[in-house]
Design a protein around this ligand. Structure first.
Ligand code: SAM
Length: 243
């Protein structure tokens, strides 16, 4: 696990949770599915740690970058890049074959998150785990308001999907309760919820860049605690398919 060293304020909390799961399964070579895994920011370190990772992503460009990155890291044989849609996973991945599913920053952009969640649980083996990262609604409300966009903040707070409408780059944002309900409805048992980037996006760049190690520690210290967790830019849910 030494090779997983991508500890930035944006990823440290997620890696802490994933590392605990990898430690729990120590000695096993896990089958990992990274849905919307993009250029492999998580897939490549997991492959470096010895696991077999399939990345399903809609973007050929992202998959080309992933393939290059995996080759440069010397793990091309453990990373499979598959072009496809998150809600059509069933045709791409054998049911009940995956130990760990990652679905990071994807549910906000797909047409409908429910079939994606349903496909994820179908792919998981019993006792397999899901790592789901979604955009947080409260941070977006605060962000708009602090930029002087009070109408947008009001719209975002009131909208059932947590968007400001047509021009918003995301189709939906979540509170911890909404996100948890989505996973639970799919049949997963939510074990942990953490806030990711509680402070990272709010600090001046000089502070965030100049004191990165201290910021990583602070993000870790606040991630599971209310009210800090609920104000984070992203919410990370770790859930499990019942055995
Ligand atoms: C914001 S990026 C996140 C990348 C990566 N998961 C991460 O956290 O760094 C969203 C990724 O989801 C992919 N994506 C968007 N819609 C998708 C869909 N319907 N099916 C599969 N991938 C999709 C995009 O191509 C992009 O690579």
């Amino acid at each position: 696990m030494e090779q997983i060293r991508t500890l930035t304020p944006r990823t440290a909390v997620i890696w802490s949770v994933l590392r605990a799961e990898l430690d729990r399964r120590a000695g096993e070579r896990l089958s990992v599915l990274d849905v919307g895994g993009g250029t492999g920011g998580f897939a490549v370190p997991l492959a470096e740690a010895g696991h077999r990772v399939t990345v399903v992503d809609a973007s050929p460009d992202a998959l080309a970058a992933l393939t290059r990155r995996a080759a440069e890291a010397g793990v091309a044989d453990r990373v499979r890049a598959t072009q496809g849609d998150a809600d059509a996973l069933t045709g791409l991945v054998e049911p009940a074959t995956v130990d760990l599913v990652l679905c990071h920053s994807v549910l906000e952009v797909v047409d409908d998150p429910e079939p994606v969640m349903s496909a994820l649980i179908t792919a998981l083996r019993p006792d397999g785990a899901a790592s789901v990262l979604v955009a947080g609604r409260a941070a977006a409300v605060f962000g708009r308001a602090m930029n002087g966009q009070l109408e947008a903040a009001t719209a975002l707070a009131a909208d059932p999907h947590g968007t400001t409408g047509g021009r918003d780059t995301l189709r939906r944002r979540y509170d911890a309760a909404d996100a948890s309900a989505l996973l639970t409805a799919a049949g997963l048992v939510v074990e942990e919820i953490h806030g990711v980037r509680v402070l990272a996006d709010l600090l001046p760049a000089a502070v965030a860049d100049g004191q990165q190690a201290a910021l990583v520690e602070l993000e870790r210290a606040l991630a599971a605690r209310s009210p800090y967790r609920d104000l984070a830019a992203q919410l990370h849910l770790f859930a499990r398919r019942p055995a």
